[in-house]
Design a protein around this ligand. Structure first.
Ligand SMILES: Cc1cc2nc3c(=O)[nH]c(=O)nc-3n(C[C@H](O)[C@H](O)[C@H](O)COP(=O)(O)OP(=O)(O)OC[C@H]3O[C@@H](n4cnc5c(N)ncnc54)[C@H](O)[C@@H]3O)c2cc1C
Length: 393
C-alpha cells in the first residue's frame, strides 16, 4: 500500500485470517481514475462504507492523466445522449467546483475553425448541433474576427464556443480523492480486482490480489465498475457476455506532439466530419501556456497499453494543423504523451454513447457498469457521479 494512505481494515483482516470474506462494505468502486474518484466523492457519506480499489500505485495513471484537459461544452454529441447531457452538466459542475475549491482552470472559450470553403458545410452542421444541444453563447464568426484574437490562426470562418475551458485535472482528482476520504471513503492502491461472484441473496463477493500476489475476497453490497480501459473485462468477471451485450471495448490511441514558438491562448479545433472517431488534431494550450497538438486517432490491434509516441507521425501532425495555423515550424514539434480511448465504437462504425447502467435486468442488481467512458469523460465526471449516486440509492 502507498505510504500515508489508509489501509482498509477489511484487507488487514482478510490477510491475517485467510481468504474467507471477513468484512462487508456497502459500495466498492473499481478504478481510481477521475470517474471512480468523482463517484467516491458523491457516494461517500457517514454510515455508508465506500471502498475504492485501484490496481496502479497512484490514482489517475491511465486515461485520466493522458488527455487534453479540456472542459468540453457538449456541442458535438447527439441530442439528449448521455454524452450530451452529462457533458453539459459536468461542464457547469467543474467550473463551480474549481471556483469554490481553488483548483486551477481557465474558461478560455474555443474556436472550431473551417480552414477553407470545403469545411463550411461541416462547420454549419456542427453549429446547428450546438444550437440544438442548447450550448450557451455559441456564435459564427469571420476568419478576420478570429485573427484579431488569435493572430496565428487562419480560417475562412469559425464557431466560437464560450463555455469551453481548460482545467488542472490532477488537482481536480486530488480534490475528489481527499473529499471522498474526508467523508470516510477508503482508497487502496496496488490492489487489482480479479474476480466477482454474485452472492446468494444480494451483493457480490469480490476477489482481489495485492502487489505481492496475495489473493483474498470480501463482500460488497453494490459494485461500481469504473475500470476505464478494463471495464469490459471487469463486466466479464461478473459473468456478463460482453460480446452479446456489445460492451467489448476497442482501444483507440491518441498521440500528442508538443509545439513551441507559437502564441495561442485558447483551444483551436478543426471541423470534423460526422461519426469521426475523434475531434481532430487540435491545438490546446495548458494552464502554463504550453502548447500541445493532438490527439490523433489510431485503433490498436491489441489490448497492450502502449503509450509510446511514434516520431514518424510528426509530418502528418504538422500537415494537419498547418491548414489553420500560421508560423509553426515543423522543427518545433516534439513527441509528447499519448492516451488510449476505451471505445465502444468500432473502426468505421457509428458513434456510441456512454453505458451507465445498473445491470439488474441482467440478473446483476446493484452492479453498475460504466463502459465506454471516453471523451468527454473528464468533463462529465461529476455529473456521471451524480447519476451513479441515484442508481445506488
Ligand atoms: C487522448 C485522450 C484525450 C482526451 N481528452 C479529453 C478532454 O480534453 N476532455 C474530456 O472531458 N475528456 C477527455 N478524454 C476522456 C477522459 O480522459 C476519460 O473519459 C476519463 O479520464 C475516464 O476516466 P475513468 O476514471 O473512467 O478511466 P481511467 O482514468 O482509465 O481510470 C480507470 C482506472 O481503473 C483501474 N482499473 C482497471 N481495472 C482494474 C482492476 N481490475 N482492479 C483495480 N483497478 C482497475 C485502472 O488502473 C485505472 O486507474 C480524453 C481521453 C483520451 C484518451
Amino acid at each position: 500500500m502507498e505510504e500515508g494512505l489508509p489501509v482498509p481494515s477489511i484487507f488487514l483482516h482478510a490477510k491475517t485470517e485467510g481468504i474467507e470474506p471477513m468484512e462487508k462494505v456497502d459500495v466498492t468502486i473499481i478504478g481510481a481514475g477521475i470517474v471512480g474518484l468523482a463517484c467516491a466523492q458523491q457516494i461517500a457519506e457517514p454510515g455508508r462504507q465506500v471502498l475504492v480499489i485501484e490496481k496502479n500505485a497512484h490514482f489517475g495513471m491511465e486515461s485520466s492523466s493522458r488527455n487534453s484537459e479540456v472542459i468540453h461544452s457538449g456541442l458535438y454529441y447527439p441530442y439528449q445522449s448521455l454524452k450530451h447531457t452529462l457533458c453539459m452538466e459536468g461542464n457547469q459542475l467543474i467550473y463551480s467546483i474549481c471556483a469554490k475549491k481553488g483548483i486551477p482552470y481557465r474558461k478560455s472559450g474555443k474556436y472550431v475553425v473551417a480552414a477553407n470553403n470545403a469545411h463550411e458545410k461541416d462547420l454549419h452542421r456542427l453549429f446547428a448541433n450546438a444550437k440544438k444541444n442548447g450550448i450557451a453563447g455559441v456564435s459564427l464568426v469571420s476568419g478576420a474576427q478570429v485573427r484579431k484574437n488569435e493572430p496565428a490562426v487562419r480560417c475562412t470562418s469559425a464557431m466560437f464556443v464560450p463555455s469551453t475551458g481548460i482545467v488542472d485535472s490532477h488537482q481536480l482528482m486530488e480534490y475528489f480523492l481527499s473529499d471522498a476520504q474526508g467523508k470516510g471513503a477508503e482508497v487502496v492502491f496496488n490492489v487489482a480486482v480479479t474476480g466477482i461472484e454474485k452472492a446468494g441473496g444480494s451483493g457480490y463477493y469480490i476477489w482481489v490480489k495485492d502487489a505481492d500476489g496475495q489473493p483474498f475476497k470480501f463482500y460488497s453490497d453494490r459494485v461500481v465498475n469504473s475500470a476505464g480501459l478494463d471495464a469490459d473485462d471487469v463486466a466479464q468477471m461478473a459473468g456478463m457476455d460482453v460480446d452479446k451485450e456489445s460492451y467489448a471495448l476497442s482501444y483507440c490511441k491518441g498521440s500528442y506532439f508538443a509545439a513551441s514558438g507559437l502564441n495561442i491562448s485558447r483551444p483551436i479545433y478543426p471541423v470534423v466530419e460526422k461519426d469521426s472517431v475523434s475531434l481532430g488534431i487540435h491545438v490546446t494550450p495548458d494552464l502554463a501556456a504550453r502548447l500541445r497538438l493532438g490527439p490523433d486517432a489510431e485503433y490498436l490491434q491489441s489490448r497492450e497499453k502502449n503509450y509510446r509516441v511514434n516520431q514518424e507521425k510528426k509530418e502528418s501532425f504538422f500537415a494537419s494543423v498547418n491548414r489553420f495555423l500560421e508560423g509553426l515550424d515543423p522543427s518545433c514539434l516534439s513527441a509528447d504523451t499519448a492516451g488510449i480511448r476505451p471505445k465502444l465504437q468500432k473502426p468505421g462504425g457509428p458513434e456510441k454513447d456512454f453505458v451507465i447502467v445498473d445491470e439488474k435486468e441482467k440478473g446483476l442488481e446493484g452492479f453498475i457498469n460504466l463502459i465506454g467512458i471516453e471523451s468527454p469523460g473528464l468533463t462529465a465526471s461529476p455529473a456521471i457521479a451524480k447519476m451513479v449516486k441515484k442508481l445506488i440509492a
